[in-house]
Design a binder for this molecule. Structure first.
Ligand code: FES
Ligand SMILES: [Fe+2]
Length: 391
């Protein structure tokens, strides 16, 4: 599991006037709205005696109050009021917990779980079709996986499995006809274009069958993004019908993943077709979920030596390489093994941006251990060598 990325913590509609608990990266967080409607995200551990803030309540000070002794924490994680001391009493300086940047987009609450300053954060992936209500109709679907987020993302961008896992989207005997036409990748994303030869689409009261011949060439473009561990799957059903499934895949813990998916379509935009769209998207997740739950190991092997790849896996390999680069060069991977001996004895927290801006502050909680980087980035090497050059 990687820090220093935006992740989706919850649907916007799920956070109203009460605090809500969200579990990401193996840690608990509390989400709460202030009076302006802005959603805030704090570590869910009260540094008084360990109360769970998500079981508390919001207050007139625009704070979230701990249910144990009522200490009130503001949007920055600072304690504003200690009821046992009374109004106006000084607050201990260390009475502060980590607060994380938040954004609401695509009906989802995004939280930045890391300590990078704003200008260094990778952006939330774009999904312009979601905003374009005139041309696209959106439905949302949620799915919970037994499986690591890395395996889930890999599954989402893999074309070869469609012939075997999704009877609605591929024929086993056509597996060798699926073709990767193009692969592109950047620092934190990858995209590919593919052609598939699926059966006629089911659903929409049998109407779908009218619009594409059996085994007609169909263009499918999956993309992945490190922020949100998002997968965007663009399917061109025919020359005028397109759909996109955009899913943010949240690592709840090492073996559980929660997908927040929005499917948009540019055809049959009336609400009467929404349920069918949801049902079919859920079915696809279920078909994938059954396979992913049985993968061994449950997480991605760190070395490619333990698995065998072929040419048709090259887009999945792009995902693995980008992910590994951020582990080996940036040191963003949480060292869950190093935390195991402390289970039940000690609480860790994800470092928030304030830890960098207040380096001398004595935070009550220690941050999660990270796997140290094992190699230097090309940029760092170039900087070092130019510094070493004589002026
Ligand atoms: S444990 Fe939270 S106020 Fe005491
Ligand atoms: Fe799939």
């Amino acid at each position: 599991m990687l820090t220093n990325l935006w992740y989706v913590a919850e649907w916007s509609k799920a956070v109203k006037d009460k605090p809500v608990r969200a579990k990401l990266l193996g840690q608990n967080f509390v989400l709460f709205r202030d009076k302006s409607g802005k959603v805030n995200c704090l570590s869910d551990v009260c540094i008084h005696r360990g109360g769970s803030l998500s079981k508390g309540f919001t207050t007139k000070r625009d704070c979230v109050a701990c249910p144990y002794h009522g200490w009130e924490f503001d949007a920055e994680g600072k304690v504003q009021f200690i009821p046992s001391r009374g109004e106006g009493a000084p607050i201990p300086e260390r009475a502060r917990i980590d607060a994380y940047p938040t954004e609401e987009r695509y009906g989802m609450i995004w939280v930045f779980l890391g300590d990078l300053p704003e200008e260094e954060r990778y952006p939330i992936p774009e999904f312009p079709e979601y905003e374009d209500k005139a041309n696209w109709r959106a439905v949302d679907v949620e799915y919970s996986w037994t499986g690591s987020v890395d395996r889930v993302v890999e599954n989402g961008i893999d074309i070869a499995h469609t012939s075997f896992v999704h009877p609605g989207f591929g024929y086993q005997e056509m597996a060798d006809k699926n073709e990767i036409l193009k692969v592109d990748r950047g620092e934190y994303w990858g995209s590919s274009d593919n052609v598939l030869y699926p059966p006629q689409l089911e659903g929409n009261f049998g109407l779908m069958k009218l619009f594409r011949a059996d085994k007609a060439a169909t263009y499918v473009s999956p993309a992945f993004y490190l922020p949100g561990h998002c997968v965007r799957l663009h399917i061109k059903v025919n020359s005028w019908m397109e759909m996109i499934i955009f899913d943010a895949n949240t690592p709840v813990d090492e073996t559980t993943t929660r997908s927040f998916a929005v499917q948009v379509r540019n055809f049959f935009k009336w609400p009467m077709f929404d349920n069918g769209a949801k049902k079919r998207t859920r079915k696809v997740f279920g078909e994938d979920g059954d396979i992913v739950a049985e993968l061994s190991p449950n997480y991605l092997p760190e070395s490619l030596e333990h698995e065998v790849s072929v040419e048709q896996d090259k887009f999945m390999s792009a995902w693995r390489m980008i992910r590994r680069k951020h582990i080996e060069e940036k040191g963003w991977k949480i060292d869950t093994k190093a935390m195991k001996p402390f289970e039940g004895e000690k609480v860790f927290t994800i470092p928030s941006p304030s830890r960098r801006t207040n380096p001398h502050f004595k935070w009550a909680l220690d941050t999660v251990p990270l796997v140290p980087p094992t190699r230097r980035s090309a940029a760092t090497q170039a900087e070092d060598s130019s510094a070493a050059e004589p002026a």
